[in-house]
Design a protein around this ligand. Sequence first.
Ligand code: ZN
Length: 429
Amino acid sequence: MQITCLPIPISSITPRTAPSVSSNHRRVFNFSSLQNPKHSSFFTLAFKSSPTGFKSPVLAVDMGSEEALLDDDDDAFYMRRCVELAKRGTGCTSPNPMVGCVIVKDGEIVGEGFHPKAGQPHAEVFALRDAGDLAENATAYVSLEPCNHYGRTPPCTEALIKAKVKRVVIGMVDPNPIVSSSGITRLTDAGIDVTVGVEEELCKKMNEGFIHRMLTGKPFLALRYSMSVNGCFLDKIGEGASDSGGYYSKLLQEYDAVILSSSLSDELSSISSQEEANVSIQPIQIIIANNAQQSPILASSNMVEDSGPKVVVFTKEDMFAESGTSSSGVETVVLENMNLDSILDYCYRRGLCSVLLDLRGDIKDLEGLLRDGFEQKLLQKIVVEVLPEWCVKDDERRVVSSMNWLESKAVENLQPKQLGGSVLLECYL
Ligand SMILES: [Zn+2]
């Protein structure tokens, strides 16, 4: 096996490819020539050979143990458990990411935790508390690089060091510039072995909203609509989709806000992303009131929480003067011109990571925003439900075919999913 050694700075740690399901073990070799003069720690490179002969480089950071025998499958297994735990915070953590942590000692999980909500302790703190003294000399798996700064909670790096864990396995580097590999540096400086990039794609996908917000200063925006098998836009969602466990219900749980046409106001109070009897998570409902004939504030005026109103009506200056409607629990934002950029800026300032633009009801309310989304590249993802229907009605709201202002473009990573009687397609722009 030929091994090339390069002095790699921590900030450019090579991401690992998603591990395959195999029983290959990975040996980590030490090279004293890779000693980092700045951090006085040793970098170790390992190459995992696949059955096809492809060598996948993996970077681990080691403090000079003679030779460690690591198991990729175990690392991937525990990281997937971290992701499972992290997702228990779905819909509740913004502007923070979802994070899960598992403490493993002698092949057994001795502690687990996840970040439940912004302002509450991070996943590592809960997992270390769960493990107690057993955390000493254990391995901590965490889906996101541990924080190294004092925010609303003390840094998790210090908690891991204090607990005397031996090794930390990290799913992905934190895109937050405040963290940005300083957590890894702090841990290696303290003599802890660190491996980065295990099940990285899984960890990134879970927090695509958080990552996008952190890197661009805008919330992640997804478009959702339904269509018939012959490509007509349909103003409906599939049977059972909005029931608990249905895809639409899950989408509402995953996104911090949903943009709706004001013509759906009658449905607002029934929109629910409730997944479990004891958990009620509802996204902020953003109502676009472009039409003075409609009075948008309505069915959900009692929805107000500590974090701010759960219903926000965006309206234009002239229309607000006409209707003047407002009620408690509803915030009305008046814009000179209705545009997506202003709405997303509002969402960013409220700490929202992800927004769903739901094309239902009177599509004319939303057409301008849709256009902004494509033309200004504010849209990242599309979710399409294909219903088992052939549509022959000449419906002027066939938005999919009427967007003649839009240039053709390729989408990426198109993935289908079978949903009972319909098919869900997801792709990225
Ligand atoms: Zn933390």
